[in-house]
Design a binder for this molecule. Sequence first.
Ligand code: URA
Length: 195
Amino acid sequence: MDGKKTAELSELEKECLSCQKCKLCPGRHNVVFGVGVSDAEVMFIGEGPGEQEDIKGEPFVGKAGILLDKMLTAVDLDRKRNIYIANIVKCRPPHNRDPLPEEQDCCIPWLRRQFAIIRPKIVVCLGRIAAAKIIKPDIKITAEHGKLFKKGGVIMMPVLHPAALLRNPSSKPAAFEDFLRLQEIIKEECEQTYG
Ligand code: URA
């Protein structure tokens, strides 16, 4: 891991942990900043913490997270080894509702600063909310998951949200195809991820 990036991320996390910028902060148990390696070439972005994430302070540790980890393992990715995972909003929206546009706008500067430190080559957006915020507002996730977009020299791929796969298991094969495609892109574009 890159020592300078690790130190910068940990400074940023300290700052973020005391954030009071939006209405989500009074209801939180933990700010869910992000997890992974500071010089990851591949960054995954979800929408916001759920109940388990709020309790544990780590993204994707509930049922959807367990499925995500399985899919990551299948393509040799691992939050402890070669990727970084964060969310659009860092605090849990009540009753797991979608984060409101104003909450997203309020929180996105943290993600931008994480991105500026990590400087990933590939961004994978988990679900419609993240893809709409990061890739394009009118994304149609059912039709466009697995497609590649390029923004500012960064490759971006929207994929189906693991929580949606738990609700609709018939989409799992298509989601797995996207991960296999992702693996190929990583092999072409990244030097360290599978190094
Ligand atoms: N869903 C998300 O989008 N993010 C999490 O961290 C957990 C579930």
